[in-house]
Design a protein around this ligand. Structure first.
Ligand code: FES
Ligand SMILES: [Fe+2]
Length: 325
């Protein structure tokens, strides 16, 4: 077969949605009625992520995330469903589900039904995001945790969001694609992939790059730390420290929601650098989008002699794909 399948409509990327932790939104952007006021019940929120129709509710203690369809006769629990005493109530026949997804009650019956179990997704709140663990096999518990990544002393200074018709791996590969920084983004010289540490689902890359500043070209360091396929922190050190928390959430096959949050270390100069950094990174991201949205994955690429880091990145990324059970 040809190395690149150029037939119209052929798949652009050969792998399924990866497993890992994925942000489903910043806490302050979730529906305001999701978390219940004292003595009341919150709402049920319906949304799409990881190729699935999902719902979230808050049982008074924590967020709960589940598949959207009732295991009784298939009603969408996010359309007319409600929360009562921490349990989710289906709008169709009133069956209820507790925070573990187990059937808690059935109207006109003194029994519950063990077969009526909602698929739940472990969730976690950190760095201002609500994250869920997704694996195609519901029996696979979270295989790693994501620690709090942004220190309390860091000051939030901006954000940006995009929905991109592309795949997580294709976007993340740009972190080690040094040539594109020159040809797509106009950086003044070819950078170098410096130190790389692969540690299971975590990966740290320190790139040396040249920045064009009003004071001329300056050597800088850009550190990218990846925490599985859904979360990374890019730390930019020039005059102070600026961090970018980036989350990438597959919505369906071929579409991702990308959220950027910028932070600086509180210093006045860092605040100025952060504003310029955010503007430049957002600009570069938008320059990459038309490439990502139209390219096809080349399984056996023709690489130049300095592009070995791309092969190494792909080897690391390959650990996040599992066949559906
Ligand atoms: S479909 Fe949900 S209770 Fe019947
Ligand atoms: Fe780029």
């Amino acid at each position: 077969m040809d190395n690149i399948d150029a037939r119209i409509g052929a798949a652009r990327f050969p792998f399924p949605i990866p497993f890992g932790w994925f942000s489903i939104g910043r806490l302050h952007e979730l529906p305001t009625d999701l978390v219940p006021a004292a003595g009341e019940s919150g709402a049920v929120w319906a949304f799409h992520a990881v190729g699935r129709e999902l719902i979230a509710w808050h049982d008074g203690d924590e967020y709960r995330v589940a598949d959207a369809f009732c295991p009784h006769l298939g009603a969408h629990l996010g359309v007319g469903g409600r929360v009562d005493d921490g349990c989710l109530v289906c709008p169709f026949h009133g069956w209820t589900y507790d925070g573990t997804g187990a059937n808690a009650s059935i109207p006109f019956s003194d029994r519950t039904n063990a077969k009526a179990t909602l698929r739940m997704y472990p969730s976690d709140v950190s760095d201002g995001h609500l994250r869920i663990w997704y694996h195609p096999d519901p029996a696979v518990a979270p295989m790693w945790e994501i620690p709090g990544l942004i220190g309390d002393d860091m000051v939030r200074c901006g954000s940006a969001d995009w929905t991109v018709g592309a795949y997580w791996q294709e976007m993340a590969e740009n972190s080690v694609d040094m040539a594109h920084f020159v040809s797509v983004h106009g950086t003044p010289a070819l950078g170098e992939v410096g130190h790389v540490v692969d540690d299971g689902p975590f990966r740290k890359v320190v790139n040396k790059t040249v920045y064009s500043t009003p004071r001329g070209d300056v050597d800088g360091e850009l550190q990218v730390e990846m925490y599985g396929p859904g979360t990374s922190v890019t730390t930019f050190t020039l005059f102070g420290t600026v961090s970018l928390l980036a989350t990438t959430t597959p919505i369906d096959d071929g579409q991702c929601r990308v959220r950027f949050d910028y932070f600086h270390d509180g210093d006045d100069l860092s605040a100025t650098v952060a504003a310029g950094f955010a503007k430049e990174v957002d600009r570069q991201f938008e320059q990459d989008v038309p490439i990502w949205e139209n390219k096809r994955y080349v399984a056996s690429p023709a690489l130049s002699q300095y592009e070995r880091p791309i092969t190494e990145f792909r080897a690391w990324a390959s650990q996040f794909y599992a066949a559906a059970p």
